[in-house]
Ligand binder design. Structure first.
Ligand code: KG4
Ligand code: ZN
Length: 352
């Protein structure tokens, strides 16, 4: 039997096997991460090597630099992930990998490593969408969480509201018509002279600011569950630019605070509207922007007031990590989905 025949049989067996150990690989952007997760929820190890310090001096992720750093990190991270999980590679039942969306060169490092590993061990390879991984971050943060729920997906590349009907079934209720919210955070931080990545920096300096600038988001989307962040981003960029031209000091904390207030109001408002519209009183946040402290504050208050259960992933699972990919991969496997062959390649874009 050849590889694909062997793994098809193994895949079928794993669907009903009691305990399944998945080793997962995430390399879509600037984090190289490998995790070992049992039954989709029990994290045995989750090693994350961040390249943030390397990219900081460029003010953003440089794709070529990211790919090279994934290459140099991935083997030692693999060793560490096995060691910390207390397993040997023969204990791995399946390999899950992020195949998109993300930076092609960066993704290819993880995809090729995963293919080589799956082939060597003769185990199934599961292809996982990065965005579905972000939802999986909640399953490892909350052991009791099950679909259906409303998911507010907010990362550097995506902004959307999903109705998650089952582990592998969802409907898109709304999405951004232009920039992702994380992109807006990063851009605004950059014009304010803050470090990369901008989201956590805005979160930090906003605590010392007052919301005394009246920024707005698109009124034309008011009655929809869609978002637009390019207008507010340009509003901030122009304001700062004009202040620079007039030689004025930039009130960084106040601008950051005003921007954050406006954006988090919009996110919270539409997430709650989605719960009301669908009658689903369970809200799950996914993606890096979910780490925003002001958004968390607002959502936990508004959910409590409206009797909605609120889930936000633990901080360590909020931004990119391997464990979330294993969780999503596990539920795909159990539904008989995602089995890839050795022709698997990376995709810059994966539809939601
Ligand atoms: O999910 P993620 O790690 O990667 C993508 O899939 O894009 O999200 C990264 C985004 C970045 O734009 C980053 O600035 C933002 O999440 N972010 C935050 C915070 N922490 C990370 N945005 C606002 N507040 C934060 N505390
Ligand atoms: Zn991500």
């Amino acid at each position: 039997m050849n590889y694909s025949e062997i793994v098809k049989e193994k895949f079928e067996k794993l669907k009903i096997q009691k305990d399944v150990i998945i080793l997962s690989i995430e390399s879509s952007c600037d984090e190289t991460s490998i995790a070992v997760v049992k039954n989709g929820r029990e994290v045995l190890s989750n090693i994350v090597a961040s390249q943030i310090e390397i990219h900081r001096r460029f003010g953003g992720v440089v794709p070529e630099v990211a790919s090279r750093n994934h290459v140099s990190a991935i083997s030692s991270i693999f060793d560490l992930a096995l060691k910390e999980a207390g397993i040997v590679k023969e204990n791995i039942d399946a390999v899950a990998v992020t195949f998109g969306a993300g930076l092609i060169g960066a993704l290819l490092v993880g995809v090729n490593f995963a293919k080589a590993l799956a082939y060597t061990l003769q185990v199934p390879l599961i292809k996982v969408s990065h965005v579905m991984g972000h939802i999986g971050a909640n399953y490892i943060s909350y052991q009791e969480l099950t679909p259906p729920f409303i998911c507010l997906m907010i990362s550097g590349g995506h902004t959307a509201i999903l109705k998650v009907e089952d582990y592998n079934k969802h409907t898109l209720l709304g999405s951004t018509v232009d920039d992702a919210v994380g992109e807006a955070f990063d851009k605004v931080a950059r014009v304010l002279g803050l470090n990369y990545p901008g989201g956590p920096e805005i979160d930090r300096v906003a605590r010392d600011g007052k919301p005394n600038y009246n920024f707005t988001v698109s009124k034309s989307l008011k009655n929809t569950l869609n978002f637009s962040f390019s207008g507010i981003k340009t509003e901030v960029v122009n304001l700062v630019h004009n202040m620079h031209q007039r030689g004025e000091d930039i009130p960084v904390c106040d601008i950051a605070c005003s921007f954050q207030e406006c954006v988090t109001d919009e996110l919270a408002d539409k997430a709650i509207k989605a719960c009301f519209k669908t009658g689903i009183k369970k809200l799950v946040v996914a993606g890096g922007v979910g780490a925003n402290s002001r958004l968390k504050e607002k959502l936990s208050k508004i959910c409590k007031e409206n009797d909605i259960e609120y889930f936000s992933p633990l901080l360590k699972y909020c931004t990119d990590n391997g464990a979330m990919i294993a969780s999503a991969g596990f539920y795909m496997l159990k539904s008989g989905l995602g089995l890839a062959d050795l022709s698997l390649t990376a995709s810059a874009v994966v539809p939601l």
